[in-house]
Design a binder for this molecule. Structure first.
Ligand code: PEP
Ligand code: MG
Length: 571
């Protein structure tokens, strides 16, 4: 039956495909009791699910050959061991027989018990086996409900899940997934940023999709509006095809803007830089006429792996980014691990009570100074191949800036002594994303060559609203008078000190916010190439002088509605 579900569009584009439902790892099952008469049937149901899981794994094992058999086989053996573990099975039986819990809830309790044991282990490897436990439990749970388990054969399908980790995104795209729908998540999460970078349509915060969508349902997913149509009608299909045609036409039109200047109607040139994390991003930034890279995130080099990248590996990646932009400046951001960007190398701490307020960004780099020096060396060496700027994340104030500058100076001195080619100048900038730093820019602007406002984090810290928590709804939004006033003040302080100020958070990537940012005095935008041409078009349609005459009015807005009214009148 046709059903319409709603979420938030987080990565643009639409897709038509069959649903592949993936159950959450941590079972979100409410407490569920059974009567004495139901115990035997419930035990049988559980044992049948365990047997089916065992058979499924055995079947998979026998179908593997060659190198794959060695690699994947190890995991399957481990899963089989877990599945035969008397601790797991006996515990489950007890929970059903004695405590009279339903099988689902027993599974959840048992999972949590064992997870606590895994989590308490000192050994990072053993700790990471928690994933395997979740995998096995997830499979049993899927068999309890006769759902498909492993996300295999997903080409052309739409993944429906509670959430997707950033580390899974690229893999899912490579497997041929055409879109993703998640019950949780937010448009500002790193997974969403990655999805945009991969051009994978994504809808987040679509509550109840796990209950309302079944494996194999046909879906139309709209990453712009956030709409999901389950079992579309003929009319939906017609509308989908016409939307696809419109999108192709718009792309052709936008294509004409590739070589056009980023100039407002009244003749002001605006600097349009690109955010990048991959070779593809760099190639697109170059092709679309970005003035340079305003934010090259280096975390991707550290995620999805167990060992740290050494100086040579980092150097080659940074050098290639510089060569890829052929003479346009490349802003390399030093490591911003921590909080939701947790790595597997063990570098980012995983036991912090408040990771977003913990040892992340520059704080981590200054503690792990050997690793930081390696990165600074690699960046400085890349500057021998073209213009490089260094950008430091999560800075709070002057002391940290001085400490980083000292390290950079020392590293550059050592490299020169070793007769390495290093540029005469490596412009140095900091990200403004900690509120205290935003208020105190006047106190350290003399120490930097440029500023880059990271609105994704600045908004979350200023409003005390987690950027990844969909439950907060509109609370996490740049459209707050406090946010706009602070942005204006940072931009103005930069101007007075004659230091360029860019915005590199997601707000800069949305053409709807162009008039607002221009009115706040911004003249440098850094954004992912996927919307670069749309933002260029919005800038070319704007009259900067007219917008600047409206700044006062914008800053007088008292609430979101007031800001939205201003935006409407400005567009
Ligand atoms: C930001 O916080 O706005 C930003 C650009 O950095 P990231 O999204 O990588 O945290
Ligand atoms: Mg940030």
């Amino acid at each position: 039956m046709r059903t319409l579900l709603a979420g938030h569009g987080a990565s643009r584009g639409s897709a038509l495909g069959r649903a592949r439902v993936r159950l959450p790892h941590a079972l979100d099952v409410a407490e569920q009791r059974i009567t004495a008469a139901e115990v035997e049937a419930e035990l049988q149901r559980l044992h049948a699910a365990v047997d089916a899981t065992r058979a499924e794994m055995h079947d998979l094992r026998t179908r593997l050959h060659g190198a794959l058999a060695r690699e994947v086989g190890e995991f399957l053996d481990l899963h089989a061991l877990l599945l035969d573990d008397p601790e797991l099975l006996h515990g489950l039986d007890e929970l059903i027989r004695v405590a009279r819990y339903g099988a689902d809830y027993a599974l959840r309790l048992q999972r949590d018990r064992l997870a606590a044991v895994f989590e308490g282990m000192d050994d990072a490897y053993l700790k990471s086996r928690l994933d395997d436990l979740d995998h096995v439990i997830g499979r049993i749970h899927a068999h309890l409900h006769k759902r498909a388990t492993a996300p295999k054969g997903v080409a052309g399908e739409i993944l429906v899940s509670d959430n997707v980790a950033p580390s899974e995104m690229a893999q899912l795209q490579a497997q041929g997934v055409v879109a993703i729908v998640t019950a949780g998540g937010s448009a500002l999460s790193h997974s969403a940023i990655l999805a945009r970078s991969l051009h994978l349509p994504l809808v987040v915060g679509a509550a109840h999709v796990l209950q309302k969508i079944n494996d194999g349902d046909v879906l139309i997913v709209d990453g712009d509006s956030g709409e999901i149509v389950v079992e579309p009608s003929a009319e939906d299909l017609r509308a989908y095809r016409s939307r696809k045609r419109e999108a192709a036409k718009e792309q052709r039109e936008l294509g004409r803007l590739r070589s056009k200047p980023t100039r407002t109607r009244d003749g002001e040139d605006i600097v349009l830089l690109a955010n990048a994390e991959s070779r593809e991003d760099i190639a697109r930034a170059h092709a679309l006429g970005a003035a340079g890279l305003g934010l090259f995130r280096t975390e991707f080099l550290f995620l999805q792996r167990r060992e740290l990248p050494d100086e040579e590996e980092q150097f080659r990646v940074y050098r290639d980014a510089v060569l890829g932009m052929s003479g346009r400046p490349v802003t390399i951001r030093t490591l911003d691990l921590g909080a939701d960007k947790a790595d597997r190398t063990g570098l980012a701490l995983d036991n912090e009570d408040n990771p977003a307020l913990g040892l992340r960004g520059v704080r981590l780099s200054l503690v792990r100074d050997g690793i930081f020096d390696t990165q600074l060396r690699a960046i400085a060496r890349a500057s021998g191949y073209g213009p490089v700027r260094v950008l430091v994340p999560m800075v709070s104030g002057r002391e940290e800036i001085l400490a980083v500058r000292r390290r950079l100076k020392r590293v550059v001195g050592q490299l020169r002594k070793q007769k390495r080619e290093v540029a005469d100048e490596i412009p140095f900038g900091v990200m403004i994303e900690v509120p205290a730093a935003a208020f105190a820019v006047h106190g350290f602007v003399d120490l930097v060559d440029f500023l880059s406002i990271g609105t994704n984090d600045l908004v979350q810290y200023l409003l005390a609203a987690d950027r990844n928590n969909e439950a907060l709804g509109e609370l996490y939004s740049p459209l707050h008078p406090g946010v706009l006033r602070l942005l204006h003040s940072v931009i103005e302080t930069g101007w007075q000190a004659r230091k360029p100020v860019a915005v590199c958070g997601e707000i800069a990537a949305d053409p709807r916010f162009v008039p607002l940012l221009l009115a706040l005095g911004l003249n440098e935008f850094s954004l992912h190439p996927s919307t670069l041409l749309e933002v260029r078009r919005a800038i070319r349609n704007s009259d900067r002088a007219a917008l600047l005459s409206q700044t006062y009015k914008l800053l007088q807005a008292r609430d979101r509605a007031g800001i939205e009214r201003w935006m409407e009148s400005a567009s």
